[in-house]
Ligand binder design. Structure first.
Ligand code: SAM
Length: 412
C-alpha cells in the first residue's frame, strides 16, 4: 500500500513515479524505487517538512526558540541542539507533526549520561518545568510527550549545513544499509512561512532496480569504515536495530574486546579533552601496524590535526600527522579497490577524496606532493556526481599553493 503525504507542505520536487513508501514487517516503513536508476541519477529532491536554525545571530527571531535556560544548561552543544529540536516539534501544528511522526530508535533510558543524547534526555527531565515555562510549551505536552518528540527528532533529523537541523517526509523514512545505494546532500534553501527550509537531493550511487529499497548510511563519517562489530554496536545504540545488510553478513573483521575497550576509552578521553595529541602518538607507537586500533587512532589524529582542536603543534608533529594521513589513504584505497563497483560507487570515493584533500592540507608548501594530493582528490571527485563545489574549492587551494610557492622562489 503506497503512502503519499497530503501535501500540506512543500514537496514539489518529489515525483511519485520515482519513489514510494511501503510498510515492512521489521523496518516499519521503507522507501522504494519506482523505476530503474543508474549510478549518479537524481532520485528525488525534497524540501524539509520543518527545520531549526541554530545560529546565535538569530536569537531575536521569533520563530526560533532560544531560551536563556536552555543556553545555561550544563550540557554539550549537541545536547542543547537536540532539546531545541524536541521543543520545536512541540510548537508545530498537529497536521505537520503527524507528517513527521516517523518511527524512533531506542528507548531513551538506553543512552548514557555522558553522551550528548543522554545529556539532552537528562536535562529535559530535570529542567522540564523551567523550560516549559520559559518557552511557553502548550499544556498539552507533558514531560513524557516532549521526551517522545525528542526520540523522534534524534532518530530522524539531519544536519543541513553547520547551523541547521531538519526533518524530511521521504528522506527521514529511508532505512540504513552499511553499503547504501544512495548518497544525499543539501543542495539549497527555500523560505516557507519566513523559515529557512533546506532542500535535500538524493542520488543513486549504485545501479538500482525498480522495486529495490532505497537505503542510506546512518554511520557518521569514518565510522563507515569501522569493523562490523563496531558498526553494529553503533546502530544498536542509536537506532535500536541489528543490521543484517549484505556488508555485515560478509565482512568479518574480528576485534577483541580489549581493543574495543581501548578505543572507546580513547574516544571518551578525546571527547572530554583529557588526552593530548602527544599522548595519542605515544599510544599509537606501541601498537602493531596491523592493529585495527592503530588505523583508528590515525583517523583520530588526522581529525584532531585538521581541526587543531587540541592545540596541536603542527611543526613538531608534522611528520607523524602526515604518516597518519598516508596510513588512512592506504587503507581506504584497499577498501576502495576491493569494492566491486568502484570507482562509480560514490560511497567509497567521498572518503578517499576527502583524505587526499586532508593530506594536501597537511603537507608543507615546499612539498611537491601537496599539489599532487589535491589533484588526486579532484580526479576521484570528478568521477563522483555533484561534487563540483568541492572541486572548485580544491582548484582554489592549488592556485593558492602555486602562488605561495612561486612568491617564495622570487624572494629567494
Ligand atoms: C530514520 S528511521 C527510518 C524510517 C523508519 N523505518 C520508519 O518507519 O519511520 C530509523 C529507524 O528505522 C529502523 N531501521 C532503519 N534501518 C533499519 C534496518 N536496516 N533494519 C531494521 N530496522 C531499521 C530502526 O527502527 C531505526 O531506528
Amino acid at each position: 500500500m503506497k503512502n503519499q503525504p497530503n501535501h500540506t507542505f512543500n514537496s514539489r520536487f518529489v515525483d511519485s513515479h520515482c519513489i514510494s513508501i511501503h510498510s515492512h514487517p521489521i523496518k516499519n516503513k521503507i522507501l522504494r524505487a519506482e523505476k530503474d536508476f543508474e549510478p549518479g541519477d537524481l532520485i528525488f529532491q525534497e524540501t524539509a517538512v520543518t527545520a531549526i536554525k541554530l545560529s546565535n545571530n538569530n536569537k531575536n527571531d521569533e520563530s526560533i526558540i532560544f531560551s536563556t535556560i536552555i543556553e545555561s544548561l550544563p550540557i554539550v552543544p549537541l545536547a542543547r541542539n537536540l532539546i531545541y529540536g524536541a521543543v520545536h516539534l512541540a510548537s508545530l501544528s498537529s497536521s505537520k507533526l503527524d507528517l513527521i511522526k516517523c518511527q524512533f530508535g531506542n528507548p531513551l533510558d538506553k543512552y548514557l549520561n555522558f553522551t550528548p543524547e543522554g545529556q539532552a534526555i537528562a536535562a529535559l527531565k530535570y529542567y522540564f518545568f523551567e523550560i516549559k515555562k520559559e518557552l511557553s510549551i502548550s499544556d498539552l505536552f507533558s514531560c513524557s510527550a516532549i521526551l517522545d518528540l525528542l526520540a523522534i527528532w534524534m532518530t530522524n533529523y539531519s544536519t543541513a549545513g553547520p547551523q541547521c537541523h531538519a526533518l524530511y517526509y521521504y528522506w527521514s523514512r529511508m532505512n540504513h544499509d552499511c553499503k547504501p545505494n544512495t548518497h544525499h546532500r543539501t543542495t539549497g534553501y527555500t523560505t516557507v512561512d519566513n523559515q529557512t527550509i533546506p532542500i535535500r537531493t538524493v542520488q543513486a550511487i549504485q545501479k538500482i532496480n525498480k522495486g529495490d529499497e532505497l537505503t542510506k548510511s546512518y554511520l557518521v563519517g569514518e565510522t563507515n569504515f569501522q569493523p562490523t562489530q563496531m558498526r553494529k554496536d553503533y546502530l544498536s545504540m542509536h537506532y535500536h536495530f541489528t543490521c543484517t545488510c549484505s556488508r555485515c553478513s560478509t565482512e568479518n573483521e574480528i576485534i577483541s574486546d580489549t581493543l574495543m575497550y581501548q578505543y572507546k576509552t580513547l574516544e571518551y578521553q578525546i571527547y572530554n579533552k583529557q588526552i593530548s595529541l602527544n599522548d595519542l602518538l605515544i599510544f599509537k607507537s606501541k601498537l602493531s601496524w596491523t592493529d585495527w586500533l592503530n588505523y583508528s587512532i590515525s583517523q583520530l589524529i588526522c581529525t584532531i590535526a585538521a581541526s587543531s582542536s587540541m592545540g596541536c603543534d603542527n611543526t613538531r608533529y608534522h611528520t607523524a600527522i602526515i604518516e597518519c594521513a598516508l596510513q588512512c589513504i592506504r587503507r581506504l584505497k584497499k577498501i576502495y579497490l576491493q569494492s566491486f563497483d568502484a570507482p562509480t560507487n560514490e560511497y567509497y570515493s567521498i572518503f578517499l577524496a576527502d583524505k587526499y584533500e586532508q593530506l594536501g592540507d597537511f603537507l608543507p608548501l615546499s612539498d611537491s606532493q601537496k599539489i599532487n594530493s589535491y589533484k588526486e582528490a579532484i580526479k576521484i571527485r570528478k568521477i563522483c556526481q555533484g561534487k563540483s563545489e568541492k572541486i572548485d574549492n580544491l582548484n582554489d587551494k592549488i592556485i593558492q599553493a602555486k602562488k605561495v610557492t612561486s612568491n617564495n622562489q622570487i624572494s629567494l
